[in-house]
Design a protein around this ligand. Structure first.
Ligand SMILES: [Zn+2]
Length: 195
C-alpha cells in the first residue's frame, strides 16, 4: 500500500501483468514469498485501495481462500516441469514448419549449445570466451539481450516482444511461442552472426 501511495505521489501508472510463477524471473520469486506471507496476515489493511475496499467482505474472504489455495499449489514446479521433461509432440510440429536453418537455430538456442565464443572456448583453448564488443563473455544471453553490436536488430525484432515488461527479457519469452521464434530468426538473420 505504501507502494501504491508512492506511485500516486509520483504520478506514475502501474500496469499489472500475469507472468508464470517459479521460472526464475528476478523479483517474481520475492513477490511469491511476500504474497504467501500476505495470505497469512490476520488483518490486511487496504486503506489506499478504494476499489478493493468496496468489495464485500464475504467476497474478500473467498478471494483470500482461493489465493491461499493457488499459492499452496504453485509451490510445486508443475508450471514448467512438464515442458522440459516430456518430449512435447508439438515441438516436432514446430520444427517441421521451419526451414533447415531456422530449425538449427532453434535447436541451438533451446539447448544453449551454440557456436558463440563462450561455448566454443570450452572445447578450444585458443578461442577467447570474450565477445568482440569487449564488455562480456559471448554467451547466449549476452548475444540475445545485451551485446551493443546488435542493438539495432534487437530494437527492431526482440524488444517489441517484451515492450514495457523488462523482466520478461528472457529465453522463455523468445522461445515460448511462434511470435517469439519468428522474432528470434529475424534477429539472428539480421546480425549475420552465424553466416
Ligand atoms: Zn558483445
Amino acid at each position: 500500500m505504501e507502494l501504491d501511495q508512492r506511485l500516486r505521489d509520483e504520478h506514475r501508472r502501474a500496469t499489472l501483468f500475469w507472468i508464470p510463477s517459479h521460472c526464475n524471473i528476478d523479483g517474481n520469486e520475492l513477490a511469491d514469498d511476500l504474497a504467501k506471507k500476505g495470505t497469512l496476515e490476520p488483518n490486511v489493511t487496504l486503506s489506499h485501495a478504494p476499489s478493493i475496499t468496496k468489495i464485500k467482505s464475504s467476497n474478500r474472504r473467498a478471494a483470500r481462500r482461493s489465493w491461499t489455495e493457488h499459492w499452496r499449489q504453485s509451490t510445486t514446479t508443475t508450471h514448467f516441469a512438464p515442458r522440459s521433461r516430456d518430449p512435447d509432440p508439438s515441438i516436432v510440429d514446430v520444427h517441421s514448419s521451419l526451414s533447415p536453418q531456422e530449425s538449427r537455430w532453434l535447436t541451438w538456442f533451446r539447448s544453449g549449445n551454440l557456436p558463440l565464443r563462450y561455448m566454443l572456448a570450452k572445447s578450444d583453448a585458443a578461442i577467447s570466451p570474450r565477445c568482440r564488443c569487449g564488455k562480456d563473455d559471448e554467451t547466449r544471453d549476452h548475444f540475445l539481450f545485451h551485446c551493443d553490436q546488435w542493438d539495432l536488430a534487437r530494437r527492431k525484432h526482440i524488444e517489441p516482444l517484451y515492450a514495457g515488461m523488462p523482466w520478461a527479457a528472457n529465453l522463455d519469452t523468445v522461445l515460448g511461442d511462434q511470435q517469439g521464434r519468428t522474432a528470434l530468426f529475424n534477429f539472428i538473420g539480421e546480425t549475420r552472426r552465424f553466416s
